[in-house]
Each structure stands twice: as structure tokens, then as C-alpha cells.
Design a protein. Structure first.
Length: 627
């Protein structure tokens, strides 16, 4: 895009005639990203038309809108929208003193609520000494954002969250604004219905996060409202909504210290898992015992959280025993259900172009589906056959062993010379891992990275969306949805350092969890009688792993995370040996993509089955009405 010449002058008078309102009139929604697009286009047109001062002013507004709002951070509430290698988009510290002075002179005259909020907040954050009026202006502008599904999907949640954070920071300096925000959110929450989908959950979560709506009468109203919504969704057959609302009601009953009602909500939540397990297990069109087994386990885990004081009331122990029987039955019938989604192969010369084309112009879900399946994953038998062929074609090289050293000079593995009479030779395995690792570099550069960059440019997918994806994936263990979702978001947000440190232990837990479901002992007793959990390397040696995950995925997990001949990510990370650069390597990016692929594909299959079932039910109802 065309920027302005260096030292281009700016002033309030230029702002007044810049046409920023006209630029925003063309914005179809009030999302900050859409505002950035409109303002940056207008800025480029102004510069190209020979008006650099106007262009610079519009670019300043555009850059302000380009930043992503992260209200959970007090000191760094704005993050760059885009990070590419050693470059990134705008941050608050990039604005010059001259530009901040301009923003200071104009923020009170901006009548677009979201733009006013962003400019006011930026002035409050950067200007020294602190400008209290800018902070209150930001609060007042943020809370003008409508409380509705569409607006809260497009930055609304973050805007209200930031307004609360600013009020808490200012204390008495915010006046009665925090009380007004609290009352507005309470009224909005209590006025919602089942047609508002997730909006009541979002509002309730925001109130609970900041410990607002603390009056006894208000808390009671919120508890009852959330429970009523849960019951209504349950009666409508909307199991996932019902479960989420029972969970939220439980949190609010706990806040009210009504522990008996909180325990009742846990029971209802657990039974929603059971209800969904039955639906998935006995579906007429596409039954899935694997998914059902996962849901039964979730129900058991839920029941275990009920305090002992209420276990007898709800006959918890007997119910858990019943569910264990259902879990065992479903688990035995699920071994053959794990499949693999693969994409068509693409000629090497067209990899990047094909990857970009595969995700470009699609809605977020379809784009993630394409990203998750651009590459078919490692094919164990093909890699094995190719490695055997290479060893046979280069017999002299195969006759000698090799020593593998780490980046700090340690000997971490030794591959022996090949034994041509053995089908399971250690040298063959070492070569398989080596060829696999070489292939990953091409996969990341040719498939994953260009597709990921394209999706980032077209879509703003938030952390909450990845957490929701993890929650709906039958493969993600109960209680780990937030951590898995955060790992996926961190990688999408180009923070592979955080992603790697989150995903490795969660992948290990996922493997352990599903082995336990199959009745595998995952612990050992030491000489002192202390029971310890096996690490991922030991877990992957169990023969049940291939039955659960298939030989291809089992090979990838072992080669990528556990083997000294490969990146050995799990063990290197566990011992603190992963340096900053290594955490952003192709191996780390591929590890993130592999987790995305596992989680998203299991989510997608579950979603498609639910859609098919709903469609079949609708057709049956229509047929009954005709008759």
C-alpha cells in the first residue's frame, strides 16, 4: 500500500477535511478490522491523488484501528494484527509524539463510537502525563457498542471488557460508570431468550470475571435465568447449549453459596453428556461409539466433581458405576472407528499456490477445514518402504552407524549399522525418522505457512473460537478444552513459543487419557511404592496406541515428539532444552498444525453427524405433517 512521504505535515485542520466519516460510511459492519480496511484504502487514494497530508491523517486513524484489543492485559491491551517473520503491524509505541498530539486534539470530536473509543484509549495509554479525560471518553465510547450477538462477535465483548478494566484502573476517577456498566449488562442478560444463543453466556462470563452483579437479589435472578435457559434448550433438544448453560448456572449458584443447587446443576450437566453419548452411539445414520465413549467419560468426570455432602442425594456412586459399564461397552466397539481425513496430492511446483487457493475466500470454518487437510499426514508404510529402498540402494552407507548430536554438542542418539536380515531394524527406524523430518520442512513451507498467512489476512479468529472448537471435539479430554484451545490460538496468533509449551503436555495427556479409556495401565510403582505416570515415550510404546490413533498418527507422534533421531520435542521441552529459535522452527509449526488437524477433524466429523441427524429428523417431521 502507498504510504506518505517522510515529514509530511499533519494538523487538526487536515483531519477536519480528511473525509474520514465518508470512508467509514462504506463499512458494512463496525468491526475494527473492517474500519482499518476502509480507512487505509481512503488513505492510499489520498496519497495517490497528490494529497499526502490527508493521506497521513487517514493512515494514522487506520493504524489505530488495525490493532487487536486484548482487554485481559492491563499494560499491553493492544496487539499487532499481523506478525510476519521480523515484521509486524502497528503497536501503540509506533505512534510519534506529533501523531499522539494530533489524536489528543481530535478524540473529543469523533462521533463514531468505536473510533472514538480506540483513539481515546490510545491517547490514555501513550500520552504522558496521563489524560484522565481520555480514559473516561474511551469508557463512554466503548459502552455505546450494542449488546447483541452480532456486535459481540465483532469486538463487542472486548470493548465492554476494556471499559470495565479502565473503570477498575481509574477507581473513583471513573465516577459511577462501573455501576452503570454493571446495570446495563445485568439488564441485557436478564432480558435474553434462547434465541440469543451464546450471548447470555458471554454476558454472564464477563460479569463473573470482574465479580460484578454481586447483590444477593441480582445473583439469584441470574442463577434462575441461566437455569431456565438451560432447561429450555434441553427441552428443544439443543444439548450443547443446555450443557453450557447448566455449567454457567452452576458457577453462579456457587457464587451465591447455594452449594446444593450447584451440585444439582453438575448433575444436569453430566446427564447432558450422557444424553449426547446415547444420541451419538445409537444414531440411525452414522453411529459413533468412539465419540460416545468420550462423552460417557466426560459425564463420569463431571459426577466426580460433586461434593461428598451431596453424593448420596444424587446417588452419584451408583450412577458412576452405571456409566463405567456404558463406557466400557462403547470403548470396546470404538476401536475401528478412528479414520483419517486426507487431501488430494499437489504437484511440488504448485504447493504454495495451491495452498493459498485452497483456503482463500472461504468462511472461517471451511478455511480451517482446508488448512487441516492440505497435507495428508505422514504415511507410515510409504516412509518405511522408501527407507528400505534407500538402504538397499546405498549399502555402503548403510553398513556404518551414525552418531546424532544436539545443538549443544551432546550425543543424543546412535543409529547402528543396518542388519539386512531383520525386518525391524533400528537402522531402518532411524532412516524413517530422518526422511520424515526432511519432509516436514517442505510441508510447512509449501502447505501450512502460506495457507495460514492467507487465513490470517482474511479472518480474525479469536481464542474463544479455538476453545469452543476444542470443547466440541470428542477427542479432547474433559477439562483440557481451554488449554488445547489456547495452544491452537497461540499458533494461529503466530506465537509458536507459547503454542509449543502448551500443546506438548496436552498432547501427552490426550494420549494417556485415551489409553486409560482402553483399560491400559499408564502408571508404574517404584521401589518405595510410589505410583508414577509414564511419560509420552513410554506410552507410545504400548501396542494399543496404533489401535486408537492408527499407525500413521502413532508414527508421527513418536517421531516428532519422542524420538532422539527426530526433533524429540516432548523430551527437549521437558528438560528445558528448547531455545527461542527452535520453538519457532518448522518442527514446532508442524506440531501445532498436527494438533489442529487432530482436534479439528474430530470436531468436524462430529459436527457433520449432528447436521445429518438434524436434517433426517426434520425430514421425518415434514413427512409426518404431510401424512
Amino acid at each position: 500500500m502507498t504510504r506518505y512521504p517522510e515529514n509530511t505535515p499533519i494538523s487538526k485542520e487536515v483531519f477536519d477535511t480528511s473525509g474520514w466519516r465518508a470512508a467509514l460510511d462504506n463499512v458494512r459492519n463496525d468491526e475494527y478490522f473492517a474500519m482499518w480496511q476502509a480507512l487505509s484504502s481512503a488513505a492510499q487514494e489520498a496519497v495517490e491523488a497528490g494529497n499526502p497530508s490527508k493521506g497521513r491523517v487517514l493512515w494514522i486513524l487506520a493504524d489505530a484501528c488495525s490493532m487487536m484489543l486484548r482487554p485481559e492485559s492491563i499494560n499491553e491491551p493492544f496487539a499487532p494484527h499481523m506478525v510476519m517473520n521480523d515484521r509486524r503491524s502497528t503497536l501503540p509505541e509506533d505512534f510519534s509524539t506529533e501523531e499522539i498530539e494530533l489524536l489528543l486534539s481530535i478524540y473529543t470530536e469523533i462521533d463514531n463510537a468505536k473510533l472514538c473509543a480506540r483513539i481515546s484509549d490510545l491517547v490514555w495509554l501513550v500520552k504522558r502525563p496521563k489524560n484522565l479525560q481520555a480514559a473516561t471518553s474511551a469508557i463512554d465510547a466503548y459502552r455505546q457498542v450494542a449488546i447483541g450477538i452480532e456486535s459481540w462477535i465483532r469486538d463487542g465483548r472486548e470493548c465492554w471488557d476494556r471499559a470495565i478494566q479502565l473503570c477498575l484502573m481509574l477507581g473513583t476517577g471513573a465516577g459511577d460508570r462501573l455501576q452503570q456498566i454493571e446495570q446495563a449488562l445485568q439488564a441485557a442478560l436478564l432480558g435474553t431468550t434462547t434465541s440469543d444463543e451464546n450471548l447470555p453466556l458471554w454476558i454472564a462470563s464477563l460479569l463473573r470475571k470482574h465479580r460484578l452483579a454481586g447483590e444477593t437479589e441480582t445473583v439469584e435472578k441470574i442463577c434462575i435465568h441461566l437455569e431456565n435457559l438451560a432447561n429450555a434448550h434441553n427441552e428443544a433438544g439443543e444439548i450443547q447449549y443446555a450443557r453450557s448453560y447448566y455449567e454457567s448456572a452452576k458457577e453462579w449458584y456457587s457464587r451465591r453459596r447455594d452449594h446444593e443447587k450447584a451440585a444439582e446443576m453438575i448433575v444436569f450437566c453430566a446427564e447432558m453428556w450422557v444424553k449426547e453419548a446415547v444420541v451419538r452411539q445409537f444414531s440411525d445414520s452414522s453411529p459413533s461409539h468412539m465419540i460416545a465413549a468420550s462423552f460417557y467419560e466426560n459425564a463420569i468426570q463431571k459426577y466426580r466433581t460433586i461434593p461428598r455432602a451431596y453424593r448420596e442425594t444424587y446417588d452419584v456412586d451408583n450412577r458412576i458405576n452405571e456409566l463405567r459399564g456404558l463406557l466400557s461397552e462403547a470403548g470396546e466397539r470404538s476401536l475401528e472407528e478412528m479414520g483419517t481425513i486426507s487431501s488430494e496430492s499437489v504437484d511440488i511446483s504448485e504447493l504454495i499456490k495451491g495452498a493459498e487457493k485452497a483456503v482463500k475466500g472461504k468462511i472461517p470454518l471451511d478455511a480451517l477445514l482446508a488448512l487441516s487437510n492440505l497435507y495428508h499426514g505422514a504415511q507410515f508404510q510409504k516412509i518405511r518402504d522408501f527407507s528400505k529402498k534407500m538402504l538397499a540402494q546405498h549399502p555402503l552407507q548403510a553398513l556404518f552407524g551414525a552418531t546424532h548430536m544436539s545443538s549443544d554438542g551432546r550425543v543424543i542418539a546412535k543409529s547402528p549399522s543396518v542388519n539386512f536380515g531383520s525386518e525391524n531394524d533400528d537402522a531402518l527406524w532411524a532412516n524413517m525418522v530422518r526422511h520424515y523430518v526432511m519432509e516436514l520442512e517442505i510441508v510447512v513451507q509449501g502447505y501450512i505457512w502460506p495457507a495460514l498467512e492467507t487465513i490470517r489476512l482474511e479472518h480474525r479468529i479469536r481464542e474463544g473460537d479455538f476453545i469452543s472448537l476444542a470443547q466440541q471435539s470428542p477427542l479432547v479430554p474433559f477439562g483440557r478444552e481451554n488449554l488445547v484451545g489456547k495452544a491452537l490460538f497461540a499458533g494461529f496468533d503466530n506465537d509458536f513459543v507459547t503454542a509449543l509449551h502448551l500443546l506438548v503436555p496436552q498432547l501427552e495427556h490426550l494420549v494417556r487419557y485415551h489409553l486409560k479409556q482402553m483399560g491400559v495401565q499408564t502408571t508404574n510403582l517404584d521401589k518405595n511404592g510410589i505410583e508414577n505416570e509414564h511419560g509420552l515415550s513410554t506410552l507410545m510404546e504400548n501396542e494399543q496406541v496404533q489401535l486408537i490413533f492408527g499407525e500413521n498418527l502413532a508414527f508421527e507422534i513418536r517421531a516428532l515428539f519422542c524420538d532422539s533421531f527426530g526433533p524429540n520435542l516432548r523430551n527437549e521441552l521437558a528438560h528445558g532444552l528448547v531455545e527461542y529459535e527452535e520453538a519457532q522452527s518448522a518442527h514446532s509449526i508442524y506440531a501445532w498444525w498436527l494438533l489442529l488437524r487432530i482436534v479439528f477433524n474430530t470436531f468436524w466429523r462430529a459436527r457433520q453427524r449432528a447436521i445429518e441427524k438434524a436434517k433426517s429428523k426434520s425430514e421425518q417431521q415434514e413427512g409426518a405433517e404431510i401424512q
